[in-house]
Ligand binder design. Structure first.
Ligand SMILES: [Zn+2]
Ligand SMILES: [Zn+2]
Length: 121
């Protein structure tokens, strides 16, 4: 199941992964998918991203090279991954203050190009 996540190249919801495994001829229960995904998160091979206050969680492969941030479109829920980490900008200052950063969260919300074209909301 991790292959599906890794091959996708974008964060996927459990439902998407579920239908992907089904398409591959290996149907699994959604609850099973959730359980496996939570295991991935616990073992730190995947990251869980919660989108706004929605109950929908997305999962993406984790790892030193895949540190990513995501911008979420409020209109269509599309997720755009950002290559750069803005945290790099703040780290020197925090380091000066003796703060040891062990992790951070950043979520960006807005409207994607398509939704903008349609006038947004
Ligand atoms: Zn959009
Ligand atoms: Zn970052």
């Amino acid at each position: 199941m991790f292959d599906i996540l890794a091959d996708a190249g974008k964060p996927m919801s459990a439902i998407e992964i579920c239908s992907r495994t089904e398409a591959a001829g290996q149907p699994v229960w959604l609850s099973t998918v959730y359980r496996i995904l939570e295991t991935f998160v616990r073992e730190r091979v995947a990251e869980k991203l919660t989108v706004m206050d929605s109950d929908m969680a997305f999962y993406a492969p984790a790892g030193p090279d895949s540190h990513r941030h995501y911008a979420v479109c409020i209109g269509c829920r599309k997720i755009i991954s950002m290559e750069n980490c803005p945290m790099d900008m703040f780290l020197p200052q925090l380091r000066d203050e003796g703060f040891r950063v062990t992790g951070h969260n950043l979520e960006v919300y807005g409207y994607c190009g398509q939704c903008n074209e349609h006038g947004g909301i």
